[in-house]
Design a protein around this ligand. Structure first.
Ligand code: PEP
Length: 250
């Protein structure tokens, strides 16, 4: 039985002060949850978030990392710096980074391998644009991303991965994929992992749905066979809404 993962992505929102206030309310609301709860916060909030969630069931992640340990890379934060402060999760390949920072699948692949070398579990994001969906090539796009992003990754790491299927047209738009489409895409990813690795890896890997998840649709989505939880943007910004999503089964 795979443990459900409910991950939040604050994107470029909340200050360190907001972060302290957020967890002062949120921690108690989710203290009885048995799911894996992860909040991926902006770098500037990491220290406040780690401090505010010390000794709780909440894990803190980042939204990106640089795969190199150190170097002349103005404005970047290295995988080793994150490891040193105890970060265990990072989103990698979010569509906003692919679109606005031109991150390619080859680059995403480097980041995934480097994350594992530094004991950070990647939350890899994949998904099609509206244009690709309308052209009827959504499945091909997802399969290409999975194959390229995981190329050369040993099975012992692949089985620990968290992959979020995020149809780009559903991110921040209020539009959600139908439950059938969401489950079908997550199953497609699991089947591809089975082909690339084996049954064991495919049965262990956690595959999430992301794209306008809200308290009102979380239960329906997260109860589907191939959906192991969610990656939540907008609705993770408010403690009550995100707690309602984490507690979807209560
Ligand atoms: C996201 O940022 O990964 C996301 C799914 O955002 P939203 O929930 O706001 O659509």
């Amino acid at each position: 039985m795979r443990k459900k993962v409910i991950a939040g992505n604050w994107k470029m929102n909340h200050s360190p002060k907001d972060t302290r206030n957020y967890f002062a309310e949120f921690n108690d609301l989710v203290k009885d949850s048995e799911h894996e709860i992860i909040l991926c916060v902006p770098y500037i909030d990491v220290a406040a978030a780690l401090e505010s969630t010390h000794d709780t069931n909440i894990k803190i992640g980042t939204q990106n990392l640089n795969h190199q340990v150190a170097g002349a890379l103005t404005g970047d934060v290295s995988v080793k710096m994150l490891e040193d402060i105890g970060i265990k999760y990072s989103i990698i390949g979010h569509s906003e980074r692919r679109q606005f920072h031109h991150e390619t699948d080859d680059y995403v692949n480097l980041k995934i391998k480097s994350a594992f070398d530094h004991e950070i579990v990647p939350i890899l994001c994949v998904g099609e644009t509206l244009y690709e969906r309308e052209l009827g090539i959504a499945k091909e796009k997802i399969i290409i991303q999975i194959r390229k992003d995981l190329e050369g990754l040993p099975a012992k790491f692949a089985e620990q991965m968290i992959i979020a299927y995020e149809p780009i047209w559903a991110i921040g738009t209020g539009k959600t994929a139908s439950t059938e489409d969401a489950n079908e895409a997550c199953k497609l990813i699991r089947d591809e992992i089975r082909k690339m690795y084996n049954d064991d890896v495919a049965d262990k890997i956690r595959i999430l749905y992301g794209g306008s998840v809200k308290p009102t649709n979380a239960q329906e989505l997260f109860n589907l066979e191939d959906i192991d939880g969610g990656l939540v943007g907008g609705a993770s910004l408010t403690p009550k809404d995100f707690a309602d999503i984490v507690n979807f089964d209560k």
